[in-house]
Ligand binder design. Structure first.
Ligand SMILES: [Mn+2]
Length: 319
């Protein structure tokens, strides 16, 4: 692994960079990318932020989000932010590997499951990857402007569950305070990125949460979202965010799982836990993430997938 100072030195030699965000982007990957892109821009390094899909509209409250594209151009360097492994680049993975043959690659992330896939790697577990990005911007010698502050705070507040997760530290809050002093609007960010929901999404939420299944003495909660359900409500996958967190909030639940059927017989699985290591559970199925929040893909019929989950989760619980 490299130090943040080494990463900053190498980045400063670039004239241009592509900054990659992960599939199904969240506030942390987008906030990380836009804050870093802004800082590098101040140094005269032109940056293009990319994502494999169309960016959900809620992110447009952040400066620069409207310029995020799915079609990168060539650049001097490739930077991945909040991307634990290259599979998380989705359809941009091929572009990344082609360009990586001749360009330096950077990996700035906070996931314990990070595979250190780049030439330069800086991986430090913390509440939000924006904490690592803030350290990098400091190492680059760029002063935080209002845009940087807003984007960093967006990553911090969303990835930490509004500063409620157990990996939140005094440093997380000190950085948040610094962002507030720099003019970030926390009310706008939290409303746009976390709290605002459409009526259709509220109805989906009610339908799914009222059918949560409780297994393993109620320690495992499973929410299932069949593919046709999203179609019925006219919603996309990102509308299901928060359902798995709701299921974990039930007092007796230790591990919560949300199964989203992305195509027939294929489930995108999100895990949350109170104390169990769901990164380890997700890894059993080829996924990963954080100790208390992770994900993977599972194939099969719903009942069969739930059986496999029930068995594997039972190995990680005191029953
Ligand atoms: Mn993150």
């Amino acid at each position: 692994m490299n130090t943040i100072a080494q990463i900053a030195e190498s980045m400063k030699t670039l004239k241009s960079a592509v900054i990659f965000t992960h599939v199904r982007p969240d506030g942390d990957t987008v906030g990380s990318a836009l804050a870093l892109g802004r800082a590098l821009g101040i140094l005269g390094i032109s940056c293009q932020v990319v994502n494999e899909g169309d960016l959900p509209e809620k992110f447009f409250c952040l400066d620069g989000a409207a310029k995020i594209t799915r079609t990168p151009a060539d650049a001097d360097g490739l930077i991945c932010v909040d991307v634990s492994d290259t599979g998380r680049l989705g359809e941009l993975k091929d572009f990344y590997f082609r360009a990586a043959r001749k360009r330096p690659t950077f990996n700035i992330d906070h996931h314990v499951s990070n595979t250190r896939y780049a030439k330069y790697n800086y991986v430090r577990p913390c509440a939000g990857n924006c904490e690592n990005i803030a350290a990098l911007i400091d190492a680059l010698g760029v002063k935080f402007d209002q845009t940087i502050c807003t984007c960093l705070l967006a990553g911090l507040v969303t990835d930490s569950g509004s500063f409620s997760h157990d990996d939140v530290t005094g440093d997380t809050l000190r950085l948040a305070a610094r962002c507030m002093d720099g003019g970030a609007n926390i009310e706008r960010i939290t409303y746009e990125l976390q709290n605002k929901r459409s009526k259709a999404r509220a109805q989906l939420y009610a339908a799914v949460t009222s059918n949560v299944r409780y297994l393993l003495d109620d320690k495992l909660a499973v929410a299932v979202i069949p593919a046709d359900m999203l179609t019925r409500y006219g919603l996309k996958a990102d509308a299901t965010e928060g359902i798995v967190d709701f299921a974990r909030s039930v007092d007796v639940v230790e591990v919560s799982v949300c199964l989203l059927e992305v195509r027939h017989g294929q489930y995108q699985v999100s895990f949350r836990s109170k104390t169990a290591d769901v990164n380890a559970i997700a890894r059993v199925f080829g996924g990963g993430g954080h100790v208390r929040a992770a994900g993977c893909m599972l194939f099969g019929e719903a009942e069969e997938v739930i059986d496999r989950l029930r068995f594997t989760v039972s190995q990680y619980l005191d029953l």
